[in-house]
Design a binder for this molecule. Structure first.
Ligand code: BDR
Ligand code: CA
Length: 311
């Protein structure tokens, strides 16, 4: 099975991704590392621990950064995920305790223990990954792949016309992650906006798998209401769980390669800009940067079927 660490700010779609990964026989979750974002990092850590208990999987959970590298934190996304991150359903707190290490240390230790084998799946702001690189720059050559949900190169943003939430929450960290030279695959709004998850899928999961299905259906109600009321959409976009589908079967996605830079200030803060592979520009900032694999196409029917069948 493919060894992954999931860096996450749970979050309703994070919960979908984590439960999906726990159920996938081809994925081995070495640990969850937590990050501020949808909620504060303490709440994110409790939520991650609760998801391990719900699944009966005693994988370690390591607490990560509480704030971006260089900026003041933005507001949490209560209006999307609820103040508790799980749609305000009153889910009980966890009994398990976090790993004593920081998220960044946990990432470094795990990568060095299994060189070339660990995939980092990032579902929130990229601060922990940037901190891990600072702690041990050698991990860049030893990670199998970084698969992140974030950004948008052609599609409109979701918190500004050009910015996606995970990237704008720590644009400096994101720019460091795209520039580190490890193999990065970006699944941004270009693909996640093409996959619409309907409540009926969760209803069917609930019938087949009541433990996790009940939780997901309850938590997702708040999320579906947000989509209906704010965006006029019946269903929710398949953001974080798309990364797990990609890890399980990359052929579900069509990708291009390009150099990604992130705007770290001004009106476009948080924008992910792509210089397509092979193009050079007479403007500083684009030469000598590594290529990122950017997903631009997705087979939505097969992605949703994989999610439903696995859960
Ligand atoms: C991303 O932002 C968060 O609110 C979601 O959990 C997802 O990771 C989508 O832009
Ligand atoms: Ca997330």
């Amino acid at each position: 099975a493919r060894k992954v660490i999931i860096d996450t700010d749970p979050g309703i779609d994070d919960a979908m991704a984590i439960l999906f990964a726990f159920k996938a026989s081809t994925v081995e979750v070495l640990g969850l590392t937590t990050i501020f974002g949808n909620v504060g990092v303490d709440r994110a850590t409790d939520n991650a621990l609760s998801l391990t208990e719900l699944s009966g999987i005693a994988t370690p959970v390591a607490r990560g950064a509480a704030a971006p590298l260089k900026m003041d934190p933005r507001q949490h996304a209560d209006y999307v995920h609820g103040a508790d991150g799980f749609g305000n359903i009153g889910w009980p707190g966890p009994k398990r305790k976090p790993d004593p290490r920081s998220a960044a240390q946990f990432i470094v230790d795990s990568v060095l223990e299994a060189p070339g084998e660990v995939t980092l799946v990032a579902l929130g702001p990229l601060t922990n990954l940037a901190l891990a690189l600072e702690l041990e720059p050698d991990i860049a050559g030893q990670v199998r792949e970084v698969v992140l949900m974030g950004g948008a190169v052609h599609e409109t943003g979701n918190v500004s016309p050009v910015a996606e939430a995970n990237i704008i929450n720590d644009p400096h960290a994101a720019d460091a992650v795209f520039g580190a030279g490890w193999p990065v695959t970006m699944l941004g709004l270009d693909v996640t906006h093409q996959v619409l998850l309907k409540a009926a899928v969760l209803d069917r999961i609930r019938q087949a798998n009541p433990d996790q299905g009940d939780f997901l259906s309850q938590a997702a109600e708040h999320y579906f209401n947000f989509y209906r009321q704010s965006l006029g959409i019946d269903g929710c976009y398949f953001h974080d769980a798309a990364t797990i589908a990609y890890v399980m079967d990359p052929s579900l996605f069509g990708c291009r390669h390009g150099v990604i830079r992130v705007a770290t200030e001004g009106l476009a803060i948080g924008q992910t800009m792509m210089a397509p592979e092979g193009r050079s520009f007479p403007t500083p900032g684009w030469e000598g940067r590594p290529l990122t694999k950017v997903a631009v196409e997705v087979d939505d029917v097969r992605v949703l079927a994989l999610f439903e069948q696995t859960l």
